[in-house]
Design a protein around this ligand. Structure first.
Ligand code: SF4
Length: 339
């Protein structure tokens, strides 16, 4: 890994506009704006794995897709290898996608059931003109299948003829066949049986090494993030609330939300070091986010200022930042652990 940033995201925001229902329109309701990602800035160094953690619905997948412009950002900038990808024309962006790929969560839903593995995995080669003939395409696909632990002889099979883990290997082969530099791994193991998850994580690590890849690894599972990542970004309701080297953030989490995530890790509890922090309430709706600190409706440490003023992001240790009004007080929800 080098410190050279391959990806630089600055103030990225993604807002969706939802139309009211027919009845809503009859009642005079106006379209509503939902800020799924709000003013996110981050970098990913070449060769690094940045883990992105947060609850379902917090905007992690939207951020991953907005970085790749699969969902067009509403504002902000994404630089990849020095190029502002947010300013690229559609044809230039198409060419850039060869270098920036995604592995989806649900391997079955993301594979066309009517296409063979050869068609599915070979599609990026066709799109980017990376195979001059049908036989070259099949040879390259066969080689890629073997890299991801499948057999070259499975080229002409259909997705339904594979297990869940094998289907995810097909999704990985499709993402990597165009020889990208950067891959968004969007919850790539969460739809799989626990026994298969470890195999896929190992495969992603091996492929990263072999192809010198850089990952944005999205997960709601802090154990997976802690195991794989070099750095971690913690997301809550569309915003990054804490970010830094994985050892620093996970051994000394400073934001109460990160502390609550940490307290749910099973390994911590038996040691008696920490007790589980149960957050009250659900993730608030992004349709109507709380004022001030967005976490205040669930934060056990919230005070009056939290309800009205948004905290600024501060540096709390080398490369480690957090956004909370009470950082100076060194509080921790993790009983027995010093903040
Ligand atoms: Fe909790 Fe207040 Fe910190 Fe937000 S700013 S995390 S509500 S203590």
């Amino acid at each position: 890994m080098t410190s050279d940033p391959l990806l630089k995201v600055s103030n990225l925001t993604k807002t969706y506009t939802g139309s009211p229902s027919v009845i809503g329109r009859l009642l005079g309701r106006k379209p509503v704006n939902v800020r799924a990602v709000s003013d996110v800035s981050l970098t990913v160094a070449r060769g690094e794995i940045l883990g992105l953690i947060g609850e379902s619905g917090c905007g992690k997948s939207t951020l991953g897709r907005a970085i790749l412009r699969l969902h067009e950002p509403s504002s902000g900038r994404v630089e990849f290898a020095g190029t502002d990808v947010t300013a690229l024309s559609a044809p230039d962006m198409k060419a850039m996608r060869r270098r920036m790929q995604i592995i989806f969560q649900d391997p079955y839903a993301s594979l066309n059931p009517r296409r063979t593995v050869s068609d599915i995995v070979g599609l990026p080669l066709q799109l980017h003109g990376l195979a001059q003939s049908r036989s070259e395409l099949r040879d390259k696909v066969a080689m890629m299948l073997e890299k991801v632990g499948l057999k070259a002889g499975q080229l002409d099979r259909y997705p339904h003829q594979f297990s869940g883990g094998q289907r995810q290997r097909i999704g990985i082969a499709r993402a990597l066949i165009s020889n990208p530099e950067f891959v968004v791994c969007d919850e790539p193991v969460s739809a799989l049986d626990v026994s298969i998850q470890a195999q896929i994580i190992q495969l992603l690590q091996d492929l990263k090494r072999e192809f010198q890849l850089t990952y944005l690894f999205i997960s709601h599972d802090i154990s997976v993030i802690g195991y794989l990542s070099d750095r971690v970004a913690v997301m809550y309701l569309g915003e990054i609330v804490e970010m830094g080297p994985v050892d620093s953030v996970l051994s000394r989490p400073r934001h109460p939300y990160t502390q609550s995530l940490m307290s749910a890790v099973p390994e911590i509890e038996p040691s008696g070091k920490a007790q589980r922090v149960r957050l009250t309430g659900d993730l608030p709706s992004p349709l109507n986010p709380p004022a001030g600190c967005k976490f205040h409706t669930r934060c056990p440490l919230a005070t009056d200022i939290c309800r009205v003023r948004k905290p600024v992001t501060e540096t709390v240790a080398q490369g480690h930042t957090a956004a909370c009004h009470r950082l100076d007080e060194n509080l921790s929800l993790l009983e027995g652990a010093s903040a």
